[in-house]
Write a protein that binds this ligand. Structure first.
Ligand SMILES: *Cc1c(COP(=O)(O)O)cnc(C)c1O
Length: 439
């Protein structure tokens, strides 16, 4: 971006100065509107989410066989929703504007198979691709038992095909583990942020790991290039994929079910706030879409990003989406939150979702690590730094009466609201790595 254009942009978008300083900042989106108005802009519908949900149900008997830890949940990959009253009290005491109501944590950190939110979108896209190949080849006919995927002929069939993906770590893990289990050859193009243990784990599964010294954008571009040269290679495009997005979106109806089991009501008098750590935008965007379809206008989705990687914040706030990167404004995209170390946002999610996202805040690495420790101390729950970015959410929201008042949310309403901290990863972090975070 030219210096002249940047100066002009900043004159109409003054918060970019704060993003440049890499200080913590929040922004509540004036274009957020009701679901009925916002929905046509997404370009996907309730029916698309239903189709995704049905596909996951078709694969459940196979998943149960391939990953025995999903057996107790019938082969449905889902995470617990846990009340965290001690953490909630600590957050309220330390810096909220009055009582917060119910505080929950959604443990995608402990999703089966790959221990992060990527076990929603990534696995869903691999399954969708496998289903298409199997149907097109005649190996599978509609309505058949999907446990057939757990067989030598199927593995042999998929071994002719390759899947490629660029990742900061967790997407690679989910696609590598799922793809290898089905028999695919998988290449994961890993950015410099990716943790060593994630690469080692993938190699154990027979996945080709290609390492880069550059960031996520370069890893994705290289993955795309590899796939273009090989007609048998399917590229999972984290920067643009609607399939990934739909895989994430099924979380909305699942959370709604968990709320009804726990007797939690969401309505005008009991609003729901959900805090979602954001990288390229697909995970939080897809989940937010599903939540809006499931709960309507009384759910408010707020995205959390590191002060060093506020890519989606910048994209939506500037209206330039993938036309601007954090490097364009002089921000370095270097953070301990490897899952969020993305400099340029998705080209699709910001445009689709800019009327459904309530706001964004940034959080510095030190605070993320503090929250990670606090969650461990209060509730004995261990997450990775990226996931800890969401813990700040209830305080940010409660301190912004200028955001809450126009929504008709008084301090009394806030006291009977529900907050969900979406803990997006950490379940597979080796103990010695986790101990380093916790010292
Ligand atoms: C990938 C990831 C996110 C964010 O998802 P995006 O689709 O990149 O926005 C958040 N937390 C963790 C732990 C992740 O791995």
């Amino acid at each position: 971006m030219k210096q002249k254009d940047l100066v002009q942009l900043i004159s109409s978008r003054p918060l970019i100065r704060e993003l440049q300083k890499m200080t913590e900042v929040s922004w509540f989106n004036p274009d957020e509107t009701n679901v009925a108005t916002a929905l046509p802009y997404v370009g996907l519908s309730q029916q698309d989410v239903r189709d995704a949900s049905a596909r996951l149900l078709r694969f459940a008997p196979y998943i149960k066989k391939a990953f025995p830890d999903t057996e107790k949940n019938g082969g449905i990959i889902e995470s617990p929703l846990v009340r965290v009253p001690i953490l909630g009290e600590a957050l309220a005491q330390q810096g909220s504007n009055g009582p917060l109501g119910n505080v929950f944590i959604k443990l995608d950190s402990h999703l089966p198979v790959s221990g992060s939110i990527k076990a929603r979108g990534g696995i869903y896209e691999v399954l969708t691709h496998a289903e298409t190949l199997a149907l097109n080849s005649g190996l599978l006919t509609p309505g058949e038992d999907y446990t057939k995927f757990f067989s030598e002929p199927f593995r042999h069939f998929f071994s002719q095909y390759r899947i490629a993906v660029g990742s900061t770590g967790n997407l690679g893990l989910s696609i590598g583990i799922m793809g290898a289990q089905l028999g695919f050859r998988v290449s994961v193009h890993m950015s410099a942020d990716a943790r060593e243990w994630k690469k080692a784990k993938l190699r154990e599964h027979g996945v080709d790991v290609i390492e880069y010294e550059q960031d996520y954008g370069v890893a994705v571009a290289q993955g795309r290039k590899q796939a273009e040269c090989d007609p048998g290679c399917f590229f999972i495009d984290d920067e643009n994929s609607k399939t990934l997005f739909l895989g994430y979106s099924v979380a909305g109806e699942r959370l709604k079910m968990q709320f009804s089991q726990q007797g939690i009501v969401v309505d005008k008098a009991h609003p729901l706030f959900v805090y979602l750590p954001c990288g390229v935008g697909g995970g939080p965007g897809g989940v937010a879409f599903g939540l809006k379809l499931a709960f309507g206008d009384h759910v408010h989705c707020i995205f959390a990003e590191p002060t060093h990687s506020p890519s989606m914040f910048l994209g939506v706030y500037s209206g330039l989406h993938d036309g601007i990167s954090v490097q364009d404004i002089g921000v370095d995209n270097k953070t301990a939150a490897d899952g969020l170390a993305v400099g340029r946002p998705s080209g699709f999610v910001g445009r689709a979702m800019e009327r459904m996202i309530d706001g964004f805040y940034t959080i510095n690495d030190e605070r993320m690590l503090e929250w990670l420790k606090l969650l461990n101390e209060c509730e004995n729950i261990q997450v990775e730094p990226s996931a800890a970015a969401a813990i700040y959410g209830p305080q940010v929201v409660s301190q912004h009466s200028r955001y809450l008042r126009p929504l008709g949310i008084s301090p009394a309403t806030l006291a009977q609201s529900t907050h969900v901290i979406w803990a997006t990863g950490g379940g597979m972090v080796p103990k010695q790595e986790m101990d380093k975070y916790l010292v």
